[in-house]
Design a binder for this molecule. Structure first.
Ligand code: UDP
Length: 327
């Protein structure tokens, strides 16, 4: 049985990866320090013999007993509200954490895939974004702690690949959504759906003309698996190129949820990218991958998940109040 270490395993993406690798017959070693992850996302896997969980902060030395075939590095806060709350941990997990895991990959002779992000492109001057674009990032803004950690992560990963010959893969993930997103992480989709379910107005930041492109989580997971098993070591964009303005997105959520609330406008957070859409030519050519789930279907599946949450879970609301953290 092949053995895979998944970091950030209790998070949104990490937990879906645990499910997928269990389904594919792997022994899954899940690791998380539970700062932003939740055990609830993986508790259904605890009874399985081929699943183990370690509560560990990978910014400290990482030890895994026995052989390891693959490492999937998905540990990191990943929403603007999280970077504002825990900036130092965000920098440490992307830099020190990645270094520790690359060291582990080297001694175990494991293949390692790192989760990078469209944030490496910053507020892009090239649209849509190809992997060749180097980005437009403000290193000292509030997002800098995430963006620069992820850029460093790519640099050290390529260095281990070139210098130590570690088998590495880099995925640049664009906005992804689906069940198990945290309602209180400040991201636009759980923010809007949470607001609709609680009977509050939907908060659009800025004038709502900024764009994003949303990929359903199952499509992303398929892209990750294909990249892991490919022989391509340079970064690959994975995301859904179907671009929409945040204002239009709010209207879609109003329609989906049938809420009678309206849209209200709030100040745009600093360095909020004006547009974002992946060029997925490489993923198509190298991985034979493209998204299959359209927004209508994906949003319905995600809404069904949020509707199933308890009242207590729905009322965790301190999240989309950015002002509280910016001051
Ligand atoms: N956004 C919004 N209202 C919210 C939360 C977010 O209008 O309550 C906007 C945010 O300013 C950004 C977009 O939605 O332009 C996507 O934000 P998110 O935090 O989900 O992801 P990212 O900015 O990292 O793409």
């Amino acid at each position: 049985m092949k053995r895979v270490l998944i970091t950030g395993a209790a998070g949104f993406l990490g937990s879906h990866l645990c499910d997928r690798f269990i389904k594919d017959g792997y022994h899954v070693i899940a690791m998380d320090n539970l700062i932003t992850g939740r055990l609830k996302n993986i508790e259904h896997l605890f009874p399985l013999e081929n699943f183990e969980f370690h509560n560990h902060d990978i910014s400290n030395f990482v030890h895994v007993a026995g052989e390891l075939d693959y490492i999937l590095h998905f540990a990191s806060p990943a929403s603007p509200i999280d970077y504002l709350k825990i900036p130092i941990q965000t920098l440490k997990v992307g830099s020190l954490g990645t270094h520790n895991l690359l060291g582990l990959a080297k001694v175990k002779n494991a293949k390692m895939l790192i989760a990078s992000t469209s944030e490496v492109y910053g507020d892009p001057e090239v649209h849509p974004q190809t992997e060749e674009y180097w980005g437009n990032v403000n290193p000292i803004g509030p997002r800098g702690v995430y963006d620069e950690a992820k850029r460093f992560q790519e640099a050290i990963t390529m260095a281990y690949h070139r210098f130590h010959k570690v088998e590495t893969r880099i995925i640049r993930i664009f906005n992804t959504y689906g069940p198990r997103m945290r309602l209180n992480d400040g991201r636009v989709l759980p923010a809007f759906i949470g607001q609709a379910l609680r009977g509050e107005d939907l908060t659009v930041f800025g004038d709502g003309t900024q764009t994003r492109s949303f990929c359903y989580v199952d499509d992303l997971v398929e892209g990750i698996c294909r990249l892991l098993h490919s022989d391509y070591a340079e970064p690959v964009n994975v995301g859904n190129p179907d671009e929409i303005t945040i204002g239009e997105f709010a209207e879609e959520i109003i329609k989906l949820t049938g809420t009678s609330q309206k849209v209200i406008y709030k100040e745009l957070p600093s360095d909020d990218p004006k547009k974002r859409r992946p060029d997925i030519t490489k993923a198509k050519e190298i991985l034979g991958w493209e998204p299959k789930v359209d927004r209508e279907e994906g949003l319905q599946l995600t809404y069904d998940f949020f509707k199933s949450l308890s009242k207590n879970e729905l009322s965790e609301v301190d999240h989309y109040n950015f002002d509280k953290y910016i001051k």
